[in-house]
Design a protein around this ligand. Structure first.
Ligand SMILES: [Zn+2]
Length: 132
């Protein structure tokens, strides 16, 4: 049974997406405050969220839902036929993107949404350490 109306479902997805956007903005602004300069709109495969071209480091911020986090992913109750394969594709695609970028000489950092929620300072520090 589908308990959610289409409107509610769309709203849920919008909430997830806007939470992701907020998370990206927060991470970027803290990196900037630390004096770390990055690019965001690059032509790299997988569209990394943050790119440090001179250090050859890319950062992806992965949503616990869209990337099927082992701790927090909960299979959607509605519209499973759409979401389950879509999320599986995201996960496979991310692996492929990692491989390709590494082959091109990039260091790939993936950060889970829950790491950002739990310990933002640690996330910023770990990115900064990888740039050193
Ligand atoms: Zn998670």
């Amino acid at each position: 049974m589908d308990n959610l109306t289409k409107v509610q479902r769309r709203k849920n997805m919008q909430n997830i997406r806007s939470a992701n956007t907020k998370m990206e903005l927060i991470v970027r602004s803290l990196l900037h405050r630390k004096g770390l300069r990055y690019r965001i709109h690059t032509k790299l495969i997988g569209k990394p969220d943050i790119v440090f071209p001179s250090k050859k480091v890319v950062v992806f911020l992965d949503s616990c839902f869209f990337h099927s986090c082992p701790y927090h992913y909960v299979e959607p109750k509605s519209n499973k036929k759409y979401w389950v394969p879509k999320i599986k594709r995201n996960v496979n695609r991310a692996k492929e993107v990692n491989r390709t970028l590494r082959k091109q000489g990039w260091k790939v950092i993936r950060i889970w949404e829950h790491q950002i929620r739990k310990n933002l300072d640690k996330v910023i520090q770990s990115i900064s350490d990888r740039l050193a």
